[in-house]
Design a protein around this ligand. Sequence first.
Ligand SMILES: [Zn+2]
Length: 180
Amino acid sequence: MREHFASIISSIGEDLNRPGLLDTPDRAAKAFQFLTRGYNQTLDEIVNGALFPSDSEEMIMVKDIELYSLCEHHLLPFIGKAHVAYIPTGKVLGLSKIARIVDMFARRLQIQEQLTVQIAESVQEITGASGVGVIIEAKHMCMMMRGVEKQNSSMKTSAMLGSFRTNQATRNEFLSLLRS
Ligand SMILES: [Zn+2]
């Protein structure tokens, strides 16, 4: 990967031997590896048994999970927040695990729509929840720095599974928790 970054840098006409760029291919390769480390993680590893019995059937929500991802079309960052909620049926997930699931999928080449669905389906799969809702709002550098150069647009996507899809009251509760 270091070699590839070196050829990208020289192909834009830069001098790889100037002091500021000497170690850049190496640093860029390390950074890129970090930004895509989600490929080396699995759900089982991440959850690592942090599932706990619970009698509650009330909605659990984790709001404002910071999210940093790379768009698969331009390899440019998109940055935003994820909100995840579910209704347990006997098992709840350690709170930090939700953030780690978001991170695992975000640290791959992504489109926001797909990321949203992957998070929802994973929470559903692990907890057996009767419903899951995920909303992501993010700003895309490929829109802000290039192309249409729209600085303030953000994109919102949602994935609603189970009762979040079929039950209006559940969906409303989710949306009102989000606003509060
Ligand atoms: Zn893009």
